[in-house]
Write a protein that binds this ligand. Structure first.
Ligand SMILES: *Cc1c(COP(=O)(O)O)cnc(C)c1O
Length: 403
C-alpha cells in the first residue's frame, strides 16, 4: 500500500476498516478510495462553464512559497490594509467608490445587513425571497444578521408604491431596501418588479444583491462586446449608476475569479461594513486576494482572454470545430453549453463536442486526472467549450483508451 504515496495514518485507517469489515485484502482499495476523495485537478468536459461541483469558475492563478505585503504599506513601512489591494482594483473596474471582499456572496449579504440594518427593518419583495444553491436563503440570512425582514408586494407583482408604503410606515423602521437578483429561476407571465432607478430615492439605503458579478453590461473586456446570451443580467457598474448604494456579488460566478464575496459602492457604507466586527470573521486571506487581484487587473486591461470564464464563453464555434478536427476518435457534433453556477437559467451557448457511443463517465472519472463528461442518448459527450485547449491531447488519448 505504501506505493499509493499516502501518509501512514491514512494507510492505518484503511487497514483497520478492511479488517473490521472482514476483508483485510481490501485495504489497498479502501486506501485508494480515500485518495480519490481528496482535492485534485479535473478536466471539465460537461459544457457547464461554472460547474458547482467543480468549484464554479476555473482557477487561473498560483502562488509560490513566500510572504506577501498583505497588510504592509510598502511606501511608508507602516501597517496597511488588505482591502487596499484587490478590493480597490475591483472598485475601479466597476466604477464604485470603494469595495471590500469577504468569503462568498452569502457572507457579503450577511455583513451588509448586519452593518447597515442590525435592529432595523429591511424591505424585500416577496418575489425575491430566494434560495440559492447550498442553502443560502434570504429570510435566514436576514435573521442571522439581526435585521428584521419586511415583506413587500406579492410573489409575481411588486411595485415601487409597495416599497414606498412599507418605508413610510414608522413601525417598520426600514433602514435598507434590498433587491435580490432571481439568479437561478425566473417568474414569467403576469409579473412586475420595480427597477433599481425606481427604488433609489425611497430614502433608505438601496442594496442590490446581483449575485453573478457581471462587472459591466457592455463587456469592454470582450472584442465582440456582450454575447447575446447575457440578455438582461444585472451588472455592477450599471446597477450603481442607476442609484444602488451598494452591490454584492460572488467572485466565482460570471466575475470569473476565486470563491469570494464582493461589496462595492458608496465609500462611507463600505467603510461601515469594514468596521463591523463580523468583517474580521469573514475576511479572506492572501491566496484569495492574490487571485482576485489578477482577475481585477485583467478587467482593467480589458483582457477577457486572461479570465478563463470569458475565454471559454467567447470561443467561436470555428475555433471549437478546429480543435474537434484534431481528435482522432469519436465524432464531432453540435451541442449546447450552459453558463451554470446558478446563473442565467435556461441560457444555452452553442458549442461543439466529441461524441462517443456508450456511457464512459465512470472510466473517464477514474483516470489519474479525472475527466468529467455527460451522457446524452447513450453517448458520452465531451464539450470542448469547457476543456482547456492544452488538454485536448490528453482528452483525445483518454477517448482512444476507452474500452
Ligand atoms: C449565488 C448567489 C448568492 C450566493 O453566493 P455565494 O458566493 O455562493 O455565497 C447570493 N445571492 C445571489 C443573488 C446569488 O446569485
Amino acid at each position: 500500500m505504501t506505493d499509493t504515496g499516502l501518509p501512514h495514518p491514512m494507510l492505518v485507517d484503511a487497514a483497520r476498516r478492511a479488517i473490521a469489515e472482514g476483508n483485510p485484502e481490501n485495504a489497498r482499495d479502501i486506501a485508494i478510495e480515500a485518495q480519490r476523495r481528496m482535492l485534485t485537478p479535473v478536466i471539465n468536459a460537461t459544457g457547464t462553464l461554472l460547474h458547482t461541483n467543480l468549484g464554479r469558475a476555473p482557477h487561473a492563478w498560483q502562488q509560490d512559497e513566500g510572504y506577501s505585503n498583505l497588510e504592509l504599506d510598502l511606501s511608508t513601512g507602516e501597517r496597511g490594509s488588505r482591502m487596499d489591494t484587490a478590493p480597490a482594483l475591483i472598485a475601479r473596474a466597476c466604477g464604485a467608490e470603494a469595495a471590500i471582499v469577504v468569503n462568498n456572496c452569502a457572507a457579503a449579504v450577511l455583513l451588509v445587513l448586519a452593518a447597515l440594518a442590525e435592529g432595523h427593518g429591511v424591505a424585500v419583495s416577496r418575489g425575491e425571497m430566494v434560495e440559492i444553491g447550498g442553502g443560502f436563503r434570504i429570510p435566514d440570512v436576514m435573521a442571522r444578521s439581526g435585521a428584521r425582514l419586511i415583506e413587500v408586494g406579492t410573489t409575481n407583482r411588486t411595485r415601487r408604491s409597495d416599497f414606498a408604503q412599507a418605508v413610510d410606515d414608522p413601525s417598520n423602521d426600514v433602514a435598507v431596501v434590498l433587491q435580490v437578483h432571481q439568479s437561478n429561476y425566473r417568474i414569467v407571465g403576469f409579473t412586475e418588479a420595480p427597477s433599481v432607478t425606481e427604488l433609489a430615492d425611497l430614502g433608505p439605503h438601496l442594496v442590490a444583491d446581483i449575485g453573478s458579478g457581471l462587472l459591466d453590461s457592455r463587456c469592454p473586456w470582450l472584442d465582440a462586446g456582450p454575447p447575446g446570451w447575457l440578455s438582461d443580467e444585472p451588472a455592477a457598474r450599471q446597477t450603481l449608476e442607476s442609484g444602488a448604494d451598494l452591490v454584492t456579488f460572488s467572485g466565482d460566478k460570471i466575475f470569473g475569479g476565486p470563491q469570494a464575496g464582493i461589496i462595492a459602492g458608496r465609500a462611507d457604507l463600505v467603510a461601515k461594513c469594514a468596521r463591523h466586527p463580523l468583517a474580521r470573521a469573514l475576511r479572506p486571506g492572501s491566496l484569495v486576494l492574490g487571485a482576485l487581484q489578477a482577475t481585477a487587473l485583467a478587467y482593467l486591461r480589458s483582457d477577457g482572454q486572461a479570465i478563463p470564464f470569458w475565454r471559454m464563453a467567447s470561443a467561436s464555434l470555428d475555433q471549437l470545430r478546429d480543435r474537434a478536427g484534431g481528435y482522432t476518435s469519436g465524432e464531432a457534433i453540435d451541442t449546447v453549453a450552459t453558463p451554470g453556477g446558478g446563473t442565467l437559467p435556461g441560457v444555452e451557448i452553442p458549442s461543439i463536442a466529441i461524441s462517443t457511443r456508450g456511457d464512459h463517465r465512470r472510466e473517464l472519472r477514474n483516470r489519474t486526472r479525472p475527466i468529467i463528461a455527460r451522457v446524452v442518448d447513450q453517448h458520452t459527450i465531451i464539450d470542448l467549450r469547457t476543456v482547456h485547449p492544452s488538454d485536448d491531447i490528453e482528452v483525445d488519448q483518454a477517448l482512444q483508451e476507452l474500452d
